[in-house]
Design a protein around this ligand. Structure first.
Ligand SMILES: [Zn+2]
Length: 141
C-alpha cells in the first residue's frame, strides 16, 4: 500500500507559550524564570510549578545542554516523519537546569550518548515555525 507522506504537524501554540515560538523563529531559545523563587521553568506555564507565583518572566537560555536520555526511532507507521528515519528523540538537560524534549541532529544516531554535550540549532519547519533541535558540540582540538 502506498500512503502519501503528509506534511508535518505544526505546534499548537497556547497563548502563554507564544513567546517561546516567537523567539525560536529568531533563532533564540527562551525559557521562563520565576521572579519570586528563582526557578527556571520549561515547558511554558502560566504559573511557577515550584511556588505557584504568576510572577514569571522570559529569559534567553544559553543553548548549551547535555543529553539526559534518548531513543533512536528506526521505524514507524506511515507518517510525516517517515522521511526522517532513523532519527533521535531525546530529552536534553539545558545548562539552566530544565529539561526539553527534542531531536539530536548533525550526527549519526549510533554516535549519540547520554551526557553528551549538545547545543541548540534551529530547524525551519515553515514560514511560521522554527524548531529547536540539538547537535553535538564539536570538541576543541
Ligand atoms: Zn516560583
Amino acid at each position: 500500500m502506498d500512503t502519501p507522506v503528509k506534511p508535518k504537524p505544526v505546534p499548537v501554540v497556547n497563548p502563554w507559550a507564544k513567546p517561546f515560538w516567537d523567539a525560536a523563529r529568531e533563532d533564540k531559545l527562551v525559557i521562563q524564570h520565576c521572579k519570586d523563587c528563582g526557578s527556571n521553568i520549561f515547558y511554558p506555564r502560566i504559573a511557577c510549578p515550584n511556588c505557584f507565583s504568576d510572577n514569571v518572566e522570559w529569559i534567553q537560555a544559553s543553548g548549551k545542554a547535555t543529553v539526559y536520555t534518548y531513543t533512536v526511532v528506526e521505524s514507524n507507521p506511515p507518517s510525516a516523519f517517515i522521511v526522517d528515519l532513523p532519527y533521535v528523540v531525546a530529552v536534553v538537560k539545558l545548562a539552566e537546569g530544565v529539561q526539553m524534549l527534542s531531536n539530536i541532529v548533525g550526527c549519526k544516531p549510533e554516535d549519540v550518548r547520554c551526557d553528551m554535550p549538545v547545543e541548540v540549532v534551529f530547524e525551519t519547519l515553515n514560514e511560521e515555525f522554527k524548531l529547536p533541535k540539538f547537535r553535538p558540540v564539536s570538541k576543541p582540538l
